[in-house]
Structure formats: structure tokens, C-alpha cells
Design a protein around this ligand. Structure first.
Ligand code: RIB
Length: 304
């Protein structure tokens, strides 16, 4: 049976400019190409999970505008259940102007719009769906109190939770406590642990509020470190030609949710997520660059 994943989070229309190098403040540079695409960390994670074969439900808010059409188009195309998505009367669909340089690195500005108007009633409406799921995933592009609420509901109905604390923002310890898996990148780890990090495992452990929590620190080209109370496993990733790193963390989180829901061991789940993120960076775009299951399985098989 397919893994059942619920993602509570953001959708943004990504307005992506590709350029040789980023402009400095006050400078104008020429871009090479421009692309409009489906983005938003939550929706990207939902798309990644769906392409890996999961049965995915997305909960979030859009505006009543032309950008909302892009969201429904991709969710329909990927077979994602959007029955619980609300079109907000008062706010526009989120947008994210993105710059990507020739090394594939990005700079992103997110204008959250309707994403920041998700209500507890939106989550309550999907309570049965959440109860029937294996894993719930949240990120920080909706209001923190709704992140907390979604995690609370997941814990009440007894399913596992992944909190991807992205983009970096302060979050209360009570919110972290509700996460079974916390998945910061290095910048987010610094922000959550309160300063520069010299020891990743120690910083990750400083965030744990209960025994069974796991922190999976994503480290770009270096893969990920899986940190539990008494164990640290560095898991290297796959060497690929980088085109665009946008959405790699999202692909990682979508894949981690699927692998855990399928009952893979934590180490195998992170290997699976590493492979998914590695394939994601070989293509331009965010949601659109998430790989399909067969390609991830092939990459993993080739590395055995
Ligand atoms: O993680 C990448 C995403 O961050 C982009 O799709 C953009 O919309 C922002 O949410």
C-alpha cells in the first residue's frame, strides 16, 4: 500500500531568474533566462512525496488569483489531494522571486500572502485524513502557531511528524517537542541553536527535548548527519552535476517522509532522501525538479 503523507504548508509561485552571478546591493546584472514555476516549501515536499509513489494530501491557503491556478495544475497533475486547500478572500497567493547563479546557488525572497493565513479550522477539516496518514510534514512558511497546531493534531491522532524548520526562524521549544524528526540545514541549525555551530551533533542534541527525537541535519554536497541522543551517523550524498539547488531540501523532506512511512530504517530513509535531493539539483526549478521513484531507486541500486 502507498505511504500516506499529509503536508501542511506553503505554496508559492516561483519567479526564477538564472544569471552568471548575483547582483551586489545597488548593482544591476543581466540575467540569462527566466522561468515561472510551482514552488513553496510545503507544496514542493508534497510533489516530491507524490512522485515517489505516496498518497499525498496538501493543506494550505492560496489567494483567489491567477497564481492559484498553477497550484491546482501541479497538484492535479501529480495526483495530490487538494480538497482541504482554502482560497483566501483577503490575501494573494504566495510568490517567491528567486535568483540562481551559475554554480546553482540561490537567493530567495518569499512573500507569504495567503500562506500566512492558514487557520486551525483548515487543519481540523482534514483531521480524519491526518488520522489515516503515516506521517505529517510541516515547514515554517505558514504561521508558527499553525505549525504547532498541525503537529499537535498529528500527535493527538498518533502519527509521526517531521518538522522542517525552513526558512530559518525562531520557534518555541514546545513546537520542537512535537516533532519526531527535525530536519534543519546548517543555517537553520545555527539559528535554532543560537549561534555559529562548530559541532553539528552537539548543536543538534541541544535542540532535543525528549528521548526519541531525531535531528537530521542536511548539509548540501556533504549529505546529512543523523543525530539521535546517543548516536551520530554521517551519511554522504551522491556526486552529481549541480544545475539548481532550489527545492533540494524540500525533495529531501518529501522523500524522508515517504521512506519512513514505508518502514525503512532511519539510515536507509536518509540515504533515500539524499538520493532524491541529489537528483533534484541536476534540474532547474523547485517542484518540477523533484525526481520520480524509478530514478531514485536506480541511483541507489547503482551505488550498492
Ligand atoms: O525551498 C525552495 C522554495 O522556497 C521555493 O520553491 C520558494 O517558493 C521558497 O518557498
Amino acid at each position: 500500500m502507498a505511504a500516506k503523507i499529509v503536508v501542511v504548508g506553503s505554496f508559492n509561485t516561483d519567479l526564477v531568474s538564472y544569471m552568471q552571478r548575483m547582483p551586489r546591493p545597488g548593482e544591476t546584472v543581466h540575467g540569462d533566462t527566466f522561468m515561472t514555476g510551482a514552488g513553496g516549501k510545503g507544496s514542493n515536499q508534497a510533489v516530491a512525496a507524490a512522485r515517489l509513489g505516496a498518497d499525498v494530501t496538501f493543506i494550505g491557503r492560496l489567494g483567489k488569483d491567477v497564481f492559484a491556478n498553477l497550484a491546482y495544475e501541479i497538484w492535479d497533475a501529480e495526483g495530490i489531494n487538494s480538497d482541504y486547500v482554502v482560497q483566501d478572500e483577503e490575501s494573494a497567493t504566495g510568490v517567491a522571486p528567486i535568483f540562481v547563479d551559475s554554480a546553482g546557488e540561490n537567493m530567495i525572497v518569499v512573500v507569504l500572502g495567503a500562506n500566512s493565513r492558514v487557520q486551525s479550522s483548515d487543519i481540523d477539516a482534514a483531521r480524519e485524513r491526518i488520522a489515516a496518514a503515516d506521517v505529517l510534514v510541516v515547514q515554517l512558511e505558514i504561521n508558527t502557531d499553525m505549525v504547532t497546531y498541525a503537529l499537535q493534531v498529528a500527535k493527538e491522532v498518533g502519527i509521526r511528524t517531521i518538522l522542517n524548520p525552513a526558512p530559518a526562524a525562531p520557534i518555541p521549544r514546545e513546537t520542537i517537542q512535537l516533532a519526531d524528526y527535525l530536519t534543519p540545514n546548517e543555517t537553520e541549525l545555527e539559528s535554532l541553536s543560537g549561534g555559529p555551530v562548530s559541532d553539528v551533533a552537539a548543536a543538534a542534541r541541544s535542540l532535543m527535548t525528549r528521548e526519541e527525537q531525531t535531528v537530521v541535519v542536511t548539509m548540501g554536497a556533504q549529505g546529512a548527519q543523523v543525530v539521535s541522543r546517543d548516536r551520530t551517523d554521517p551519511l554522504p550524498t551522491f556526486k552529481v552535476d549541480v544545475v539548481d539547488t532550489t527545492g533540494a531540501g524540500d525533495a529531501f523532506n518529501g522523500a524522508l517522509a515517504v521512506a519512513l512511512a514505508e518502514g525503512k530504517s532511519l539510515q536507509d530513509a536518509v540515504r533515500f532522501a539524499n538520493a532524491t535531493a541529489a537528483l533534484c539539483v541536476t534540474k532547474a526549478g523547485a517542484a518540477g525538479s523533484a525526481p520520480h521513484r524509478a530514478d531514485v531507486d536506480a541511483l541507489l541500486a547503482a551505488s550498492e
